[in-house]
Design a protein around this ligand. Sequence first.
Ligand SMILES: Nc1nc2c(ncn2[C@@H]2O[C@H](COP(=O)(O)OP(=O)(O)OP(=O)(O)O)[C@@H](O)[C@H]2O)c(=O)[nH]1
Ligand SMILES: [Mg+2]
Ligand SMILES: [Zn+2]
Length: 361
Amino acid sequence: MPRKTSEKQLSLRQMARMRVARGIRVAHHNRIDQDQDRESGISDENSPQETGRVVAHFGLNVEVEDATGARFRCAVREALLNDPVCGDEVIWQRVGDSQGVIVALRERRSMLQRPGPYQRLLTVAANVDRIVVVAAGNGFNPGLVDRYLVAAGKAGIRPVLVINKMDLVTDPALLEAALQPYGRMGYGVFQVSVLLDAGLTTLEEALAGLTAVFVGESGVGKSSLVGRWVQDETLKTAEVHSSTGQGRHATTTARLYRLPRGGLLIDSPGVREFGLHGVVREEIPGLFLDMRPFLGSCRFSDCRHLREPGCALRGAVASGDVSEIRLASLLRLMESVPSKNPFGSPGGAARDGNDRGQKMV
Ligand SMILES: Nc1nc2c(ncn2[C@@H]2O[C@H](COP(=O)(O)OP(=O)(O)OP(=O)(O)O)[C@@H](O)[C@H]2O)c(=O)[nH]1
Ligand SMILES: [Mg+2]
Ligand SMILES: [Zn+2]
């Protein structure tokens, strides 16, 4: 899809230009901000700088937790290059009793990002150790899960898979077949039911002492899961009023909660789809761990694993080493992201000069 790719490239260039423009504006504002702050008394230069952690972000305000667990609503200096997000460690100064201003962002050790509206890149959470990909066991569809696994691999953050609503599963054998590849790849797979309070202790133990972000489709039970361990009035689950169908309390903004026995959980709003950022088609197979052993063994170096003769991935499916569901998912995912070689022929040049593979599609 060369057209789609050139649009993507343009948008990246536009984004780069916007960043440069923003940088200049930011440098300018920095001075103004500090002058204005001084005049308005917003940040008392005598109040000591403290470290804290971002626990929520709404509009222009950010909620910061200090070392004692007290929470402060903070303004953000426009001079910060990145928007603070849940999990960020910040330097801030107190203003009055319950407010503050964030003056600097600590370097992030990891972050999960996705493309947002208006071609902006959104950071979902920072400084996380685990991405908890939540899916519902009933009607399990690997598409979104596999996207998250690719994003986690790209971000260098270990993912775990939580299959919730096991109480609603009608065909356990079918689900088991779909889940088996993930266990074989070494991912932690937790089959749970919040409703029946089943499987939750093992999951809690796996997350103890870590910072974990809960992601997945809307309604799969992310907030319900977090709510089993954390009592907090801000934790909203998508209960639907049976009579009116109204009053759905879906999560609208990411929030960080503290596990009573140590560890941090970030609940995030559900998504319909999860776009991959900065991932090109050619690197996707390498991020599918079960495909790795077979990569580079296809007869054609530019094999698209469709119907080309001598395809090692199709061979692995035929011999039962790789699940057919996974290969189908890989091909769908590869289709959905741009190629690194957008202006070449769709398949590039075959290694031995034989281009039959391309014509077969
Ligand atoms: N049957 C069943 N229902 C569940 C289970 N866990 C959660 N639910 C229900 O699923 C619905 C959605 O739960 P939420 O926790 O709000 O889902 P979410 O993933 O946080 O949704 P978003 O905030 O929109 O992303 C609610 O009505 C829950 O009561 C479960 O294990 N079994
Ligand atoms: Mg929620
Ligand atoms: Zn192949």
